[in-house]
Write a protein that binds this ligand. Sequence first.
Ligand code: OGA
Ligand code: MN
Length: 287
Amino acid sequence: MITARRTGAALGAEIQGVDLSKDIDDATFRQILDLWHEHEVVFFRDQKLTPAQHVAFSRRFGELELHVRKDCCRPGYHELFVVSNIVEDGKPIGSQDAGLFWHSDLCYLKIPSRGSLFYALEVPHDDSGKPLGDTLFASATAAYDALPAATRQTIAGLKAVQSYKKGYYRDRNGGRRKPLTPEQEAKTPDVEHPIARTHPVTGKKCLFVNEGYTARIAGMPGPDGDALLNDLITHSTKPEFVYRHSWRAGDFLLWDNCLVQHLAIHDYKLPLRRHMERTTLTGTAPF
Ligand code: OGA
Ligand code: MN
């Protein structure tokens, strides 16, 4: 029997009674899908998955993205993006700075990702045994619903510019990174997406702006547009919309990239090791 336990925050639920390494029948899969859409983030504890099982379960949801940074993928698995601070033979095994700013995965693409499936292999802890490297999730539906009616009216029909470059050109100290090559820039042109985005399955309205990649409001250059965007971004991650996930090795967690934005807490460093792996679902054009 599969059951869901809400986290008590604005979003998130733990699903119990499922072993993801086993064959999941269609009815159970449907229940998982429905729970995910309802709770926006769902997670399963104590899972033991091989990389192939992680990919196979993810494929039940649809097509997967192959990450552009192949050097960050698990060798032999172009679908598995590694997020880790581990360095082996002088080479990082994955991305070391994922999630430094609030964002939603691939929001800067014309077709952003539908959702991500994240598996915790190694989790750092402090001396007292408290887990480090939590991830914060903010409900974009709760944020939208809490907007004043006048603001909802203002943003109806407006689009925002999502810019890979805005996110890229900041390191964790707020500094600038090595410039992208013209080829890399050409691959990630700025795109425009509705600010009040509709979830393709549930029809719920989501506030689709984030600190990481949203650069400006389309057609509103100047201080008015900047002030509006700033207000929306600040509003979108108010504590009352946030669930903070403390990881345990064996956690398998799904977030929806339309219903939710997320942020990684970088409060650990080597020799404390963190190793997570992510598959990324291909999405559909935002509306
Ligand atoms: C990601 C990401 C957050 C984290 O993999 O997309 O943002 O806590 N990760 O590692
Ligand atoms: Mn992310």
